[in-house]
Design a protein around this ligand. Sequence first.
Ligand code: 5RP
Length: 416
Amino acid sequence: MEIDRAVQIAKEAVKGGIDWIEIGTPLIKSEGMDAIRTLRKNFPEHTIVADMKIADTGSLEVEMAAKAGADIVMVMATADDSTIKDALLAAQKYGVRLMADLISTPKPVQRAVELDRIGVDIINIHMGIDQQMTGKTPVDLVFEVASKTRADIAVAGGLDEQTAARSVEAGADIVIVGGNIIRSDNVTEASKKIRRSVDNPQLKQAKTPDMDEEIHKLFMETSTPNISDAMHRQGAMKNIKPMLNDTKMVGPAITVQTFEGDWAKTVEAIDEAKEGDVIVIYNASPHIAPWGGLATLSSLNRGIAGIVIDGAVRDIEEIRKIGLPVFATSNVPNAGDPKGFGEVNALINCGGQKVKPGDYIIGDDNGVVVVPAERAYEIARRAKEVQKTEERLFDEIRRGRTLSEIIKLKKWEKQK
Ligand SMILES: O=C(CO)[C@H](O)[C@H](O)COP(=O)(O)O
């Protein structure tokens, strides 16, 4: 994030009713104390939080942030007590408040009680962005920490309308929201929504989502490019194309290994699949189809989410009429015969990707990606973050700037 974009986003968030502006660690690392100076200058009346993530030299770094214009300076709760105490002395000297960040603290409640005794002003119960991607949330800790400490309690880490409200209900005094405001395509509206839920927390009844439902929902909402970006460009199947337009498919894999001219195992897999599964087939022949219209209708009736074939399909008009998502390398007229070679639910290679039963398969008009089952939740969350970042970029491009200008492409090219 560049400073000019940060100022613009903060202006839009202020319009939506936010009280405090937190300057994140990446911006401080990129721009130094000038990030704090610039935000201070642009927002003289607002409380400015500098997320310095201080780990050592507490006094010096608090002084730097305070002199640049911060009202609240963040120190790591895992820093040594000597660092915390010295940071606190500097905070008192320069008239700022010290916030201790519990991110990655092994025993957060115990440490919060210690920090409270030392005298920090605010304790921040925080799950970092990478931790959030593995399903961790700060909300469950709020009540216990709030009831055992006298310091003000802040909460941060992937908060949205629901979890912000739950945090307030559990005893939080300060709610820190990053991505769900700053990466929105309408920052003012997103801020208003958070503001409303924080002011009326009883109206937002949060239910704990089921993990599989959540994964499915996130993959349905995001695109295969979002998912591929979240996986550092891994996971995309090669040469496999959608046979329908405007198609979207998400589900866990049931795999089929079969051979050229043999469609027995592919059709048997329909009966073995569970509702919502995606049948993923390795056949490899682009000339003889192990799949066609009858198998597609049979799959639709069984509630199967879609079909992926490293190989050919036939009956393309019927498949289009049936409307079930089918992805393949080619379409041809001829089928083989049911011979019975191969296996259902073996580890297969499809479109150059290893697929095991249960891996998540996502297909849309761009193609198909596979996400290993054990990383499905993390990748779904990361894909959502990629999508949010893009929503904001789309909004800025619509306002008239070029992509290269917005992301300062030249500045961030690798230096020799
Ligand atoms: O300090 C941070 C990351 O280390 C973030 O600022 C904080 O987690 C809030 O952002 P988000 O709501 O996106 O988690």
